[in-house]
Ligand binder design. Structure first.
Ligand code: G6P
Length: 586
């Protein structure tokens, strides 16, 4: 298929067009250009070699380059302009629906269908409807002449790649290589998703009337960090701030339709694997205490083969950073076959398979994660799950305004406290240098910090290839304590809350066996023999797991570096698993 590409910039688009054209291969290939200027819209086409910049172009550029003839088709009336490429498999049927001959050009056909659908609908509704009726491999851009600095774009049969460079230039293209050439950061938007795209941001538009902004966070300090993992760890305050800000502004990510499902829920089934499973486990504490429901957390590689009997009023929450992990998709389908229809997917990938499978979806808006490991998407999942637990408690009449206000205050404080945690990197690196060559580690925590410890140990395995076991602190004495001696360090998450006393007692048992403890704590604990302490920021109750997660991410990262590992692309791991086996792809 030829390429369809759109560029937007807040200012002059011409330098970007001139920069991009040579990347489109041979000079004898054709381009077709659609632009919007202050004076209106216009178009131009020719060979790449003969390209001359049009005057006064402001914000839109769409092109197709293929063989020796331009494949981009344009059609317009007074209100709409459509650019289209590709093959519509049901072209003849669609043409006959509008009384047009079967050889009507694609763009003209789409324009006619759209105008028919617009008779009793908004443009967005008409586009969503149109998308359902099209089968084939095609991509189209639609713009309203009255609002030509933003437009709608959709690709069927192929994904779209959305990117940003230098905070200013936005690209949306069917051509991955082109997006990679131009953009610092790329979002993949799966086939069939309708986007509204423009210089002031982009959003995916959905059949239930909701729209989800796609926040492309241009990495402010790209190049400063030696690895994407570290860059992504440091991106967390900004991502969490953006998510928290929406809730401060009263913009709940929970749509009215999801809220009405939440009112009837008595049980929650969380489905996930890998890191997402640990975020599900943390969330189970919030869902119980804030939502007042019973909660079950399942690993999807197991759950899909189980004959479980979830109660009828169950909300299924499927969590997957990629939205494409095969076991998680299969488990979600399994619950649907069991008759559970209320489901919500939490994912970082707009338009991914999971968003199409679940009845509702919530996007974590953390931007593309280039490292294999979940770091920024993990904490964004946590914050999203927290907001969902609050919405559940509210919908079920359990949480009053005062409790919700407290939660909002925590969310508002969170980004600065994560930032303060990142300032501890030099101390954490020292611990890592000291411990990275050990054979084994325990990571322990209690209550919500138990899954945090699990995630910390998981990260140590993924990044540092270091055997680490995440354990509930209270369980050490039931067996694993036999392994504790001066060679097996214990990393402890020790927030000063009402579980602290019990956790301290567990640590005493470790010290009594000559074990060496490395505790992250918000308390002013005095280090004593075999007890090392890094004081992390306090001031959070519900969201404290995020602080300890970030500290453990840094610890795993520096252990991986100390062991000389390939940080961003570790051996044997894939970013999303589309089958039961690692595919080796990023
Ligand atoms: C892979 C990655 C893990 C990730 C897991 C789940 O195995 O190596 O880091 O946590 O997939 O991915 P998902 O996209 O479903 O959250």
């Amino acid at each position: 298929m030829p390429e369809l590409t759109a560029l937007c910039a807040a200012h002059d688009i011409l330098p970007a067009v001139a920069d991009l054209l040579p990347k489109q291969a041979a000079p004898d290939r054709h381009y077709a250009l659609q632009f919007a200027s202050a004076a209106g819209t216009g178009s131009q086409s020719g060979t790449l070699a003969s390209y001359a910049p049009p005057a006064g172009v402001r914000s839109l550029w769409a092109m197709a380059v293929h063989g020796s003839a331009p494949q981009l088709q344009q059609a317009s009336d007074n209100t709409l302009v459509i650019n289209a490429i590709g093959v519509l498999e049901n072209h003849a049927e669609q043409a006959s629906n509008c009384g047009l001959p079967p050889d009507t050009p694609l763009a003209a056909l789409l324009l006619a269908r759209l105008n028919a659908l617009r008779a009793d609908r908004s443009l967005t509704e008409a586009l969503l409807q149109l998308r359902q009726q099209l089968h084939g491999y095609l991509a189209f851009i639609v713009l309203e002449t009255q609002a030509a600095d933003q437009f709608f774009i959709c690709s069927l049969g192929w994904p779209l790649y959305l990117g940003i460079r230098n905070r200013d230039l936005h690209i949306c293209t069917t051509e991955l290589a082109l997006a990679r050439d131009i953009a610092d950061q790329i979002h993949t938007v799966q086939s069939g998703v309708l986007l509204r795209f423009g210089p002031h941001g982009s959003a995916s538009l959905h059949g239930d009337g909701s729209e989800h902004p796609l926040i492309l966070l241009a990495p402010a300090q790209l190049g400063k960090f030696p690895h994407f993992m570290l860059e992504e760890i440091y991106a967390q305050p900004a991502i969490l701030a953006a998510l928290a800000a929406r809730s401060q502004q009263g913009l709940s990510p929970v749509s009215p339709a999801l809220r009405s499902d939440l009112a009837h829920v008595t049980h929650v089934l969380l489905l996930a694997c890998g890191s997402s499973f640990h975020s599900a486990q943390v969330a189970s504490y919030w869902l119980e205490s804030l939502g007042g429901v019973t909660v079950q957390v399942e690993l999807t590689s197991e759950y899909r083969y189980r004959d479980s009997l979830p109660p009828p009023q169950t909300l299924v929450i499927a969590i997957s950073q990629s939205g494409e992990t095969a076991d998680t998709l299969a488990s979600l389908r399994h619950t649907q076959a069991q008759g559970l229809s209320a489901s919500v997917a939490i994912t970082n990938t707009p338009g991914s398979s999971i968003t199409r499978l679940a009845r509702h979806h919530l996007l974590t808006l953390a931007g593309l994660e280039r490292a294999i490991f979940s770091t920024k998407t993990f904490t964004a999942q946590l914050l999203m799950l927290y907001q969902l637990a609050l919405a559940l408690g509210e919908a079920r009449g359990r949480l009053g305004p005062e409790r919700l206000a407290l939660a909002k205050q925590e969310m508002a404080r969170l980004p600065a406290l994560v930032n303060a945690t990142l300032q501890l990197a030099p101390q954490i690196r020292e611990w890592a240098q000291q411990l990275a060559q050990r054979h084994s580690l325990f990571v322990i925590g209690r209550n919500m910090h138990y899954p945090v410890a699990m995630e910390g140990a998981f990260k140590l395995k993924e990044v540092a290839y270091l055997h680490a076991e995440g354990y509930p602190a209270g369980e050490l004495k039931h067996g694993p304590i036999t392994m504790v001696d001066s060679t097996l360090p214990v990393i402890a998450c020790l927030p000063w809350n009402n579980h602290a006393e019990k956790a301290l007692a567990n640590l005493q048992e470790v010290r009594a066996r000559n074990g060496e403890i490395f505790a992250f704590s918000d308390a002013a604990l005095a280090p004593v023999e075999r007890l090392h302490v890094i004081r992390v920021p306090g001031g959070l109750n519900d969201l404290s797991p995020i602080i300890y997660t970030v500290a453990l991410q840094l610890f795993a990262y520096y252990c991986g570096v100390a062991r000389g590992n390939n940080i961003d692309t570790p051996r044997n791991l894939a970013k999303s698993l589309s089958s039961d086996q690692p595919s080796g792809q990023r």
